[in-house]
Design a binder for this molecule. Structure first.
Ligand code: FDA
Length: 389
């Protein structure tokens, strides 16, 4: 194999490392991915029936306040002026989310000023003042009061975790944002938008360099192919962005994850819900939310007779499921520390990305941490001969 660096995983972390190494250092980089496409979980494709761009692994909204990341990603794509907003259905009525003055006034059928609303919520949260909540349910009540908690958080969280919040640790939430203005913009970041020509066009441009070779349908643990763990580690430096427990053959135990099942449907209506994301906050609806991807790109001339929707069902991941959100129990944290020790002594292998570090990372965080790995480890190694640890 003719490579200076092997990158396992073609998500944003792996591709950022590959792009920097090829362009700035002139290295020959081989990127492998076990899937049939590049881009990791940010991959999108046009639905065959409607031409609507569908984010295959769940809705992906780009946002960041990191100027370096923003400048970096703008080399590969322009962004639309899409601003993300979310609505939620409770008892047959649609409310703006995250909880804001609009939500509060609609919910209490009132005309509270910001300070009146703040006083009300403080009073309601006072029900459990001075106590030390032992579960997520009590913590939620203590943070925002029982009425809003029970309407908008309790059942939604219960569905996300497939567990009654009374049986979930309080530590899952540290705060529940309530805005005492009518601002229902979902993200507070300086920069926000969606890639004008879609995620896949953006991702393909990152990989489009003569020094980068991409091999799809290639599993690092398949020893019958040349770019495998056994053939590469110790011979060529590796950036590994797959699951850290898998790398070490689960010897410290499996790390636990939540996954999502997507139920996709093409409907014979031009517009199903009038917006991109609607949460279903009550227990009697089994899914957590419905995504309607046409609304991510109102500037595109999508046909008006049909639309695509995706219902999301959340559950604990089993072996073979896509790992989406780290659960991060105490047992997981102990295992992760053990895996980190193993990773430190793994010769010339760097672990990165959300699977390699067992951390939920937004796209801008994955890109930012890949840029840091490049600056702090990869560049000093190839330019200054420093050990790759
Ligand atoms: P990523 O998972 O993308 O890539 C890892 C790659 O490694 C995969 O392609 C995998 O196939 C490959 N791989 C694993 N094992 C391998 C092996 N043995 N051999 C070869 N290849 C292997 N972020 C955001 O900013 N805004 C958003 O709205 C969302 N929304 C969102 C929704 C959902 C449901 C999820 C799960 C995540 C998001 N994200 C997000 C987060 C976003 O998906 C995340 O930041 C990036 O995927 C991180 O990129 P990585 O490269 O770290 O991992």
């Amino acid at each position: 194999m003719d490579a200076d660096l092997v990158v396992v995983g073609s998500g944003f972390f792996g591709l950022t490392v590959a792009e920097r190494a090829a362009k700035e250092l002139g290295l020959k980089v081989t990127v492998i991915d076990r899937r049939h496409h590049i881009g990791g979980n940010a991959y999108s494709e046009d639905d065959a029936q409607t031409g609507i761009e569908v984010h295959r692994y769940g809705a992906h909204l780009f946002h960041t306040s990191n100027k370096r990341v923003w400048d970096y990603v703008n080399q590969f794509t322009t962004f639309t002026n899409y601003v993300h907003r979310v609505y939620g259905v409770h008892k047959g009525e649609v409310f703006p989310l995250p909880i804001n003055l609009g939500t509060i006034n609609q919910f209490f059928r009132a005309n509270y000023s910001p300070s009146e609303a703040r006083t009300l919520i403080e009073e309601q949260a006072g029900e459990l003042a001075g106590t030390d909540p032992q579960n997520l349910n009590d913590k939620g009540i203590q943070l925002i009061g029982r009425p809003l908690y029970e309407a908008f958080i309790k059942h939604y969280t219960g569905k996300q975790w497939q567990t009654d919040p009374k049986d979930l640790p309080a530590g899952i939430i540290s705060r529940l944002p309530v805005r005492y203005t009518y601002d229902n913009r979902y993200f507070n970041d300086t920069y926000e938008g969606l890639p004008t020509n879609g995620y896949t066009a953006w991702i393909e441009r990152m990989a489009d360099h003569p020094n980068i070779s991409v091999q799809l349908n290639t599993d690092f643990f398949d020893e019958s192919q040349p770019v495998s763990k056994g053939n590469v580690v110790g011979n060529v430096p590796v950036v590994y962005t797959g699951p850290v427990d898998r790398y070490f053959e689960y010897k410290e135990g499996d790390l636990s994850w939540r996954t999502i099942d997507f139920e996709e449907e093409v409907l014979e209506v031009g517009d199903f819900q009038g917006t991109s994301v609607v949460n279903y906050n009550d227990a009697d609806v089994p899914f957590t939310r419905i995504i309607e991807p046409r609304h991510f790109h109102p500037e595109r001339n999508y046909q008006t007779e049909k639309t695509v929707i995706m219902r999301e069902f959340s559950r604990f991941a089993e072996k073979g499921d896509e790992p989406y959100y780290p659960i991060n129990t105490e047992a997981d944290r102990a295992k992760l520390l053990a895996y980190r020790d193993l990773a430190k002594s793994e010769n010339s292998v760097l672990f990165g990305g959300r699977l390699g570090t067992y951390k939920y990372l937004d796209m801008h965080m994955a890109i930012g941490s890949a840029l840091s790995m490049f600056d702090n480890k990869i560049k000093p190694h190839f330019e200054g001969g420093e050990a790759l640890v």
